[in-house]
Design a protein around this ligand. Structure first.
Ligand SMILES: O=C(O)CCC(=O)C(=O)O
Ligand SMILES: [Fe+2]
Length: 299
């Protein structure tokens, strides 16, 4: 049986990134105190209770998935901004992008009787086009204990560079058993899947994932957290939602106002009442960097 490296809550960003680069996944134990887990659950419980089960075997016929966590829950926002995990996401994805974004936020409750989810890569959300870059850094925060019996995530350490059509043997699969308040961190490329719940209680996890800001988000954050709500949040969260450029000119918009009544191209910060750094299309230094790292502009 394969195993996952367990790191203490005091692990540095570099420690987390080093294990994730080597194995594709790690457990960071006891990041949250019991009271903090209780606060998260108190805020999201009404939404979880009102969420219906999945409609196919991938999302799980006995699994509920609850979203819009940024708009709905300040305690969830604090987890999204957790400095060691977000720091690890930024460091890990830095070779492939100028900025990262929140890709999705979802509470996954696996009820008793649920069967195993198919082993997969989360990067398949974008199909199999992306080959040589790592698009994603993921977390599942344990809001209940995670055990082999109640459906702890099953992960294949070391599978990051496997072909898309490879599948693990039973002894290559590790079970992410961890106490509530811990987090499984894993890449978009590592093979994994939710376990079967053969216990009498729910397994509850919060899946928070980050991706390169030049890719489309799995959970559309502009619809799950529209500008009226995003305006009330801290700038770092606004940026993670996508209310900032993903690169030079990437993500600008034009407010659809009558002729002459509004600006033309503006950066997304405009929608949340902020003045972006650089011009409306972003930092001119970034344009220069693009010029220098490509042959753009040479005849
Ligand atoms: O809930 C889990 O343990 C994993 C779920 C998962 O991997 C997914 O839905 O993509
Ligand atoms: Fe997954």
């Amino acid at each position: 049986m394969a195993t996952l490296t367990n790191l203490p809550a005091t692990a540095s960003t570099e420690d987390i990134v080093a294990v994730v680069q080597r194995d594709g996944a790690a457990i960071v134990r006891d990041l949250l105190r019991p009271r903090e887990v209780d606060e998260v659950l108190a805020e999201v419980r009404p939404y979880i209770d009102a969420t219906g089960e999945g409609q196919d075997d991938f999302t799980g016929f006995k699994t509920t998935r609850t979203g819009a966590l940024v708009a709905r829950s300040p305690a969830c926002r604090a987890l999204i901004l957790n400095s060691s995990v977000l720091g690890a996401a930024r460091t890990f994805l830095a070779p492939y992008c100028a900025r990262i974004q929140l890709h999705l936020g979802q509470i996954i409750r696996i009820k008793p009787g649920e069967t195993r989810q198919e082993i997969h890569r989360d990067r398949w959300a974008w199909g199999t086009y992306l080959k040589d870059i790592e698009p994603q850094f993921n977390t599942i925060w344990a809001l209940s204990d995670f055990s082999a019996e109640n459906g702890a995530t099953r992960v294949v350490p070391g599978s990051t560079a496997w072909r898309d059509d490879e599948r693990p043997t039973a002894d290559q699969v590790a079970v992410a058993e961890m106490p509530r308040g811990s987090a499984l961190v894993y890449t978009g490329s590592v093979f994994h899947g939710a376990g079967a719940n053969e216990s009498a209680g729910d397994r509850v996890g919060m899946n928070l994932t980050y991706s390169l800001a030049w890719l489309r988000q799995e959970e559309n954050q502009f619809l799950s957290c529209p500008p009226e709500i995003a305006k009330t949040l801290e700038p770092e969260m606004q940026d993670l939602l996508g209310y900032t450029l993903g690169s030079y000119a990437l993500g600008y918009y034009t407010p659809p106002l009558p002729a002459g009544e509004g600006p033309e191209a503006v950066a997304p910060e405009h929608a949340v009442g902020r003045t972006p750094p650089g011009g409306p299309l972003g930092d001119p230094e970034l344009l220069e960097w693009i010029r220098q790292s490509t042959t753009m502009g040479t005849e």
